[in-house]
Each structure stands twice: as structure tokens, then as C-alpha cells.
Design a binder for this molecule. Sequence first.
Ligand code: CAA
Length: 257
Amino acid sequence: MTETILVDRPAERVARITLNRPQALNALNRQAMNEITAAAAELDRDPDIGAIVLTGSAKAFAAGADIKEMAPQSFSEVYAADWFAGWETLGRVRTPLVAAVAGYALGGGCELAMMCDVLLAADTAKFGQPEITLGVIPGMGGSQRLTRAIGKAKAMDLVLTGRMIGAEEAERAGLVSRIVPADALPEEAVATAAKIAAMSKPAAMLAKEAVNRAFETSLSEGLLFERRLFHSTFATADQKEGMTAFVEKRPPEFRHG
Ligand code: CAA
């Protein structure tokens, strides 16, 4: 039984995790971190799930790590507990993750959205890394993932001033995949996840792994890694089905193996 999230299955092969702490604008306390990461890890192990939507409310995806919980902590406490290390579990999820962001995605909220693979933003979305205004710095990947996503100049602007940007600026900067009208966001997120989930699951997992490798390695190593993964898709029945279906001019029926 979870208290900070809701988990449902809104479409075939699609799971959805909805952050549900409306009284705190979905601020991410330790319980939320534990529940989100445990739910995502469990769904990742489910062969009947091909994509996971992560979303919040119309007002807030998440307004950051929980400031009230953090305020009294000492250095020794956050260091000993390796505060935020638990989020690495989400980075190990191999099933594609679709973030659906409406309203505030600040601090840890922006960082959580950036841990996902496809980032859909409602036209109401507001992104920012306001940690500097609290006397701290990003701690869930903001200085690293934001810089890789939007480049040094823009990341420095956001991380050093703490200013918020709207969906359009976020899209121009390359932070989000697409902007969707706020009313259509829940439907569009599920439709996007369903589209991914209908693809061959091994192919989708390999594609995610290959794109993510680009952030970890040199171009020549990355190209070799990609080519080897590409070769390995020829060991799947889905490759035979996908290519045969194309030749026979019919839609493929992937069996996810
Ligand atoms: N932690 C704890 N509680 C939070 C919160 C947070 N990050 N953000 C909002 N809340 C709470 C508020 O304290 C308030 O609770 P009460 O009703 O009990 O006072 C409730 O949510 C509603 O918030 P507001 O009244 O402030 O709502 P608003 O519409 O006036 O403002 C907001 C919205 C601009 C998002 C504002 O809430 C805000 O600035 N929040 C903090 C944003 C922030 O600094 N995030 C970074 C956190 S640090 C971090 O994330 C570190 C990291 O790298 C992981």
C-alpha cells in the first residue's frame, strides 16, 4: 500500500505512476522516493509492461525535494544516509519512462522529469532549479543532466539564478520532447506510452540503452556499442516479424521476444 503515489494501468502494456501529495505540491520526501523507485522497479520486472508514465497533478509535477524534511538535517546525517542516492534505482529502469509534466517541475521535480526518457510538457509546465535560493545546489542530477540536456550557458543561467522557465523556453532549449495543451496531456502521455509499448520490448529496451550510452562514452565506442546492439536484434523473433510484416505490407505483431 503506497501513500505518496497512485499506480494504475491506463492502457494495454502501459503503467502509470501518479505523484499524489497535493498538500505539498508533490514535494519528494524520502517516502515518495522509496515508493516511486520501488514501484518503477517492480513494473520494470513485469514482462507485460512496455512503458511507464510518470506524472503529477495539473498544478505540480513536483515542486522539488521536501524542504520541510530537509531543513533540520545536518551534513553528517545527509552524508551518512547518502541522501538522494536511492533515486539511482530509477536510472536502472530499462523500460521506457514517459514523464508527463504539468505545472511546477522544480528542483528535484525537474531532476525527476529528466530521469525519464521522453519528457512531455503541458503548456502550463514550469521548470527550474531553485536550490540556490535555499542556500544549496541541485542534488538529484540537476547540474549534470540539465547541462547535458541544454548545454552549459543555459544550465548555468538556471542553476545560478534559480529562475523558472516556461514550456516554450524549455522546448527551445531541448529540455522537453514536446509541448501538449494542458487538457490533452494525460491522454497524450498514455497514447505515447502505448505507442512505445506496442513496439518490440527488446528493441525498445536496446534503443533506450543505446541512446543513454551516448552520455557515458566516446563517439567511436558509442557507435560500436550501437552496432553490436543492432546486430543483437537479429537474434529476436520480433526482428523477423517486423521486417516480414513490412515486406508483406501488413502491421507487425510483436511478441516482445
Ligand atoms: N517542499 C516542501 N513543501 C513544499 C514544497 C517543497 N519543495 N513546495 C511546496 N510546498 C508546500 C508549501 O510549503 C505549502 O504548504 P503549506 O500549505 O503547508 O504552507 C504547499 O506546498 C503549497 O505551496 P505554496 O503555498 O508555496 O504554493 P504557491 O502556489 O504559492 O507556490 C511554488 C508554488 C512556487 C512552487 C512554491 O511552493 C515553491 O517555491 N516551492 C519550493 C520550490 C523549490 O525551492 N524547490 C526546490 C527544493 S530543493 C531540491 O529539490 C533539492 C534537490 O536538488 C533534490
